[in-house]
Structures are given as C-alpha cells and as structure tokens.
Design a protein around this ligand. Structure first.
Ligand code: ADP
Ligand code: MG
Length: 736
C-alpha cells in the first residue's frame, strides 16, 4: 500500500472542478472538507428503471386500487397559484410522453414556486391519487430535478441516477441535485482510483467483494443494478467486519491480558448456604452456576453476562458466586444502578448471611453498603472505611468507583442490571482490582445478533425459566375512566392481604412535575378511595434514607398501597406486592413496562398488572403491517403506543417483548442507549443483516485468533485502517 495516495485525497475539496473556495466553505459546514470526504458522501437513493413508471401506467395502477409509492419523470408544462391567505394552493402541471399529471402543495408555496420552472425535468415520487376531475395527482411529493441529458440516458440506456441529501448549507450556495451530481462526477473520475483499499486482498477475494474504489464509484454512479448492490454489500461487509474485529480484540485483550484469580472450594461455606435457602434452585440456575463456577475455578479472568428475565432469580445465583470468592479470602463487590436497589440487596443479603451464621460457625460473612455521599464527614468517613476494609461483601452504587474508595482485594465483581452501565464503567470497575472476575447481569433480553455484538466480548449464561409455581401475571389494558373501578379492586384485594404499586410516569422529562402528579394523587387517594387503607409515597426527590424507610415499611406490610414515580423501576423485590397499576402507560417504553411489571408476580399468588391509558389509544385498531410513512407523527406515536400496550397484554416473555421493541424503536436507538462504545452503523442494519453479522464475526474472530496483534504483513491494511478510523473505539481493545 502506498500511503501517499491517501494524502492526495486529503487535499481540500475546493480543488475539485467546479467547487472552488466559496463552495468549499459550504461543504465544510456539513463536514465535507477533503476530497475524500466528498467521495464518501453517498446518495440517499437512486432512480432506476424498476421504480419509474410512465404517467399512463401509473394512472392505470391507481385506478386498479394500487396504493403504493411511484416515481414518474416529467417536464413542467406550467404552474398556478389559487386562493388566498391561509387557503392557498399551488399546482405544477407536468407531462411525459404518455400523459399529464400534477403536483399540489398547500404549505411552503413560495419555496416551491421558485423551485419549479417551465421546461425543467423532475422525477416526482410519492403515493399518487386521482382527483375529482379524474386527474393523476401527487400531494406534497418528493422531487428531484434532473437534466435533459440525464433524462435521455435514463430513458434510453437505463442509466441509474443518484440523488443526494442536500442540506440547506449547500442549497444556500446553489448546490442542488444537478450541480452536486456534476461535482461528484468530476471527483469520482479524477480521484476514485487513488482510494486506498481498507480490506486485505484475501478477504476481498474469498468473499467476492468489490474493491473499495470500485465500490465508491458504483455507489455514486452504478453501471447496473447488480453493481449498485455489490457496492452496498461491500460497505456493509466492511462496516460489520470492523465492528466484529473490535469485539474480537476486546475479548482477546481481556482473556489474555493477565491471569485472573484461580479460586477453589475451600470450606463448606457455600454448601452450608445452600442448606439455608427456602427453595430449590431451578435447573437453569444450576446450569448457569456451574458455568460461573468453572470460570472462577480457572485462572482465566471471568467476564460473563448473566441474562435472565425479570424474576428469574439472578440475585441468588450471584450471591452464591460471591460466597465462593469470600471462601477464597477475597472481597466480593456488587454494584447496583440505583440506591434503592443497592439498599434492598444489602438488606436481603445481610438477612441471609445472618441465617447462614446460624449453621456455619467458622466464619461470619460481613456485609457493607456504600452509597454516594455517605462518607461526608471525616468521622463517618473513617468509620465507613474501616467497615469497608473488613467487609466480605460490599454492595453499592456507582459511588463505588467514583469516590476514592480503596477496596481490600476485590476478587469478584457483580454488576446488576448491566444495561444501565456502559463499557466505560465496566472497564473502570475492572481496573479496581488486580484482574477480578466480573459477572454482569441483565434482565433486558435482546436479539442474539445484538447481544452477540454489544456484549460480544462477554461469555453468555442464560437463565431461561422462572422458579416453579409462578403464575403468569394477568395484564389488562383499561381506559382512565375505569380508574374508580380499579381502585375498588385494589381495596378488595388489600383486604385479602395483597399489596399494590401505583406508578405515575415521568411527565415531560421534568422531575418536578412527575413528583407533583404522584404527590397530588397520593393526597387525593388517601382521602378518598383508599381512606381505609395505609398508603405510602416514594419518589426520586427523597434522599436514600427516606426512600429506604418507605421501602422498609412497605416490605413490612405497613402500607397496602405504595404510590410511586418510576424510582421503583429496576430490581425491587417485594414478594407480597402482587398488583401494579401503571398510569398513562402509553408514556413508557416497552422494556420499562416489562421491568415495572416484573415488580409483581414474585410469589406463588396470582399477580395483576393494570395498564391505564387514554380511551383514544385503546380504540386504535391497527391491523397488519402498517406503512408508517403515510401517518402523521402524532398518528405514528399513537400507533406505537397502542402496539406497545397490546404487546404487554399479549406477552409475558421478555424476549418476545424485546423483539417488538426493536422493531418499533429501530436498532440504532437501542445500540445508542447501550452505550456500547462501538461505532454507529451507517450501512448495515443489526436486525436485517443478521446473516452478514454471523459471517463477518466468524472471519474477524478467526483472524484475531491467528494474528491477535495484527502483525502479519497481510493484515497491515487492517491495522492501519483501525488506527486511522477507529482510534476512539480502540480504547478498550489494544493492538500492538
Ligand atoms: P431477578 O432475576 O429479576 O433479579 P430476583 O433475583 O430478584 O430476580 O428473584 C426474584 C424472586 O424469586 C426473589 O424473591 C427470590 O428470592 C425468588 N427466587 C429466586 N430463585 C428462586 C427459586 N429457585 N425458587 C423460588 N423462588 C426463587
Ligand atoms: Mg434483579
């Protein structure tokens, strides 16, 4: 590879013919500075023969009831503006060699008036209709201007025409569809052969890929539909290959960096603990336990994800693993995402350890809780520090690694509800000990292609069954007019010993408003419907001591009903709480609803989840696959809310729910919230390209196995490309 090629492409975009310094400035505003940037500014779509119809044919289609999108190329015959004030209509009449059609606008008329001029040729795309005079009509369509020559060669030779996204910074400098295509023609002609290849030759030939420069050329100006597809495939392949390579490097780095702790079963601490459990572990729990134990007993550091639906009993599994570490003289650390959850874990685990000390006299397992700001005064700091030093099990929030806490030989770290933490935090906490064994736990089931990538550097254990005797939670959807009846139901059930959560959503991202809703209802309900019940209130503005107090009272059954904001979302375990009423349920995301519902159904009593929403959302009746494109944003929101709520009613299984969630939200969104530390995908789709993900993963992992430091001559291309394009992502995956 000749590195001087790259330098030539790094020159300013102004040197491309017909750009110049002024236009280069506008390009700069949208991030296109060099020739190379320009070459990689790809079309958002292409006009090709399979998608273009003649006007007469389109007319026939619509008359026959077709209601999809079509594209027609036509020449502007004339334009007219009718009406006045708020009732203006702007129409453009166009024709092709088979007939006439028109485009109609009701808004932004001034702009369209100047965009359409007699004699210009446009490709018009949209869902057509027939107006009352029988005319073929497009309302507010997409349109792209093309030249007469382009139109000719399109018609006669089937040439494929690219269309680009043209941001306003370019429009301002009069760079439109035409001129951008012209500029790119010059750039591609002159520079495309100088692009350095970014994949090794063998990978290209073995996978029959297009070379990078061919792919760039064909992405802009494809010679054929097949070549366009081959070009797109090459970019997807490359993108996923590098993504999986980062995963492979991360995993390799961890596995080989240091030797971990080699533990053994020293005393009967663990077996004694098992005797104190009031239940038998499920088969699934036993299976994942043996996987975890194998890791701990080997000297390779453990880096494992424990996935299991809400209520599947992950905590006790992690506790048994912590006890193995304690048995070996290490501290075991558990990190939880919220103070309430950390507090709850500390309480439960302390209780269990007290029970254990009844039959296991040789060692008392000391449990300590660390929350943010707990060590404010000097005195409490030193007391706490001594306690921390002597503890066997430490439970805390992120304060564990954010404050200057010195742990005492932590050999095992559990991270609960991992989806709340990013790789960065994981790396940070791992740096606390020598090379501690790490177990991360998550109740958010995600499709395999996604977990394989986001958590690709972790080994995976799955708990795929719930403890015996659990009855499926009954979930219902009700309009808010039904609330009085629901309150009566809660009162009746309270008399039978049930406890209930009543949850209010976050209103417009404002904690203050959220608080208000919950407090207002608290005041109202305890004076009215729940006059005879004991009602508690918990919200995010309370400090952890206040929260702890409330949760404790609820656990002790001092309250029948707990009114709450979303602070109870993750992990909380109150076995006798068997009703959850979620208000304005349409405001919640699917995985959040599933987490909330997971707060109940944790015993062998029948549990209920009552989702309350607006009547208007319940009445929505969307059947089959809907083309969201034709709905207004408000309608789309309603549609999605309705699908989310119906899904909750239909499914109890977290995996099913995750699938729907992914469809509704799109993978990018989920990738983002996972704070994966991986680059965003531009070309590939983590859901629809699953086959290619498996393929590139295999190739990438094979390559790293053979050449983990990328030292082979063949792989120098990869190494160079990683360093120049993925340096940010390499933080957690070192290469030589
Ligand atoms: P999650 O996986 O959502 O974190 P938890 O660990 O909080 O679930 O467990 C949910 C409840 O199930 C707890 O009350 C726990 O004591 C109980 N539990 C765990 N394992 C079993 C089992 N094998 N049989 C019966 N109950 C169990
Ligand atoms: Mg949990």
């Amino acid at each position: 590879m000749n590195s001087s090629n790259e330098n030539k492409l790094d020159v300013s975009v102004q040197y491309v013919k017909s750009v110049g310094p002024k236009r280069a400035e506008s390009f700069g505003k949208i991030g296109i500075n060099s020739v190379k940037d320009l070459l990689f500014y790809f079309p958002s779509r292409h006009l090709n023969r399979t998608t273009v119809l003649k006007a007469a044919k389109a007319y026939g289609y619509v008359m026959d009831g077709y209601d999809g999108e079509v594209t027609i190329i036509g020449k502007v015959v004339d334009k007219e503006k009718k009406g006045f004030r708020n009732k203006e209509v702007f129409k453009v009449h166009l024709k092709d060699d088979t007939g006439f059609f028109e485009c109609v606008w009701f808004r932004g008329i001034k702009y369209f008036q100047s965009a359409f001029n007699e004699g210009d040729i446009f490709a018009i795309s949209s869902k057509p209709t027939i107006d009352k005079y029988g005319k073929l009509q497009f309302i507010h369509p997409d349109y792209d201007r093309i030249t007469a020559e382009e139109s000719d060669s399109f018609m006669h030779t089937g040439k494929i025409i690219p269309f680009y996204r043209i941001p306003k910074q370019l429009k301002e400098k009069h760079i439109g569809d035409w001129s951008l295509r012209r500029i790119l023609t010059y750039a591609v002609d002159k520079y495309v052969d100088q692009i350095d290849e970014t994949l090794p030759d063998e990978i290209i030939s073995e996978n029959k890929l297009m070379s990078l420069s061919e792919a760039v050329k064909n992405y802009h100006f494809p010679e054929s539909e097949e070549k366009l597809n081959a070009a797109k495939y090459r970019f997807k392949f490359e993108e996923l290959f590098y993504l999986e390579l980062l995963v492979a490097l991360r995993k390799h780095n961890y596995k080989t960096k240091l030797t971990g702790n080699k533990m053994e079963i020293k005393t009967n601490l663990v077996s004694d603990f098992l005797k104190t459990l009031p239940f038998e572990l499920t088969k699934s729990q036993l299976k994942v336990l043996s996987e975890i134990k194998n890791d701990m007993l080997s000297e390779k550091p453990m880096n494992r994800l424990l996935q299991g639906d809400v209520g599947s009993g992950k905590t006790v599994v992690s506790l048994i693993a912590m006890l193995i570490a304690v048995d070996n003289g290490y501290q075991a650390v558990m990190m939880a995402p919220t103070e309430i959850l950390a507090d709850q874990h500390a309480k439960n685990i302390s209780k269990m350890m007290a029970k254990l000390s009844g039959i296991h006299k040789e060692k008392t397992v000391k449990v300590s809780l660390l929350l943010g700001g707990q060590r404010k005064s000097l005195k409490s700091k030193s007391i706490k520090d001594v306690e921390l030093k002597e503890a066997d099990i430490i439970i805390g929030t992120h304060a564990l690694f954010e404050e200057d806490v010195t742990l005492n030989n932590p050999g095992f770290i559990v991270i609960d509800e991992q989806h709340r933490f990013g790789v960065k935090q994981r790396a940070l906490i791992q740096s606390k000990g020598k090379t501690p064994d790490v177990l991360v736990m998550s109740a958010t089931p995600i499709p395999r292609t996604l977990s394989m990538t986001v958590y690709g550097d972790l080994d995976l254990s799955v708990i795929d069954e719930l403890p015996k005797n659990r009855k499926p939670i009954i979930t219902v959807l009700r309009g808010d007019r039904k609330l009085p009846e629901i309150y009566k139901f809660i009162v009746n059930k309270s008399n039978e010993g049930y406890q209930s959560f009543i949850v209010y959503p976050l209103v417009e991202e404002s904690e203050k408003l959220e608080l208000k809703a919950a407090t207002d209802y608290y005041n109202l309900l305890k004076e009215t419907y729940f006059k005879k019940l004991n009602v508690g209130l918990i919200h995010g503005r309370m400090n952890w001591l206040e929260k702890e107090e409330v949760m404790l009272l609820f656990l002790k059954k001092e309250f029948d009903v707990l009114i709450s904001t979303t602070v109870i979302e993750v992990g909380i375990d109150i076995p006798d709480a068997n009703i959850i009423l979620i208000n304005d349920a349409h405001r919640f995301g699917l995985s959040q609803l599933h987490q909330l519902r997971g707060r109940v159904g944790r015993s062998n009593k029948q549990a209920y989840c009552i989702l309350v929403t607006k009547d208007g959302i319940i009445r929505q009746n969307f059947s089959g696959e809907l083309k969201l494109d034709y709905l207004s944003p408000a309608q789309i929101e309603k549609y999605k809310s309705s699908v989310r709520l119906q899904t909750m009613v239909k499914h109890n299984d977290g995996f099913k729910i995750a699938e729907v969630d992914l469809k509704l939200r799109g993978p990018g969104d989920i990738f983002g919230t996972m704070q994966s530390g991986f680059p965003e995908l531009k070309y590939a789709n983590i859901v629809t390209d699953s086959e290619l993900i498996f393929k590139t993963k295999k190739i990438a992992f094979g390559l790293i196995k053979k050449d983990p430091r990328l030292e082979l001559q063949n792989n120098s291309v990869i190494r160079k490309n990683l360093l120049s394009h993925y340096s940010d992502n390499l933080k957690y995956a070192k290469i030589a």
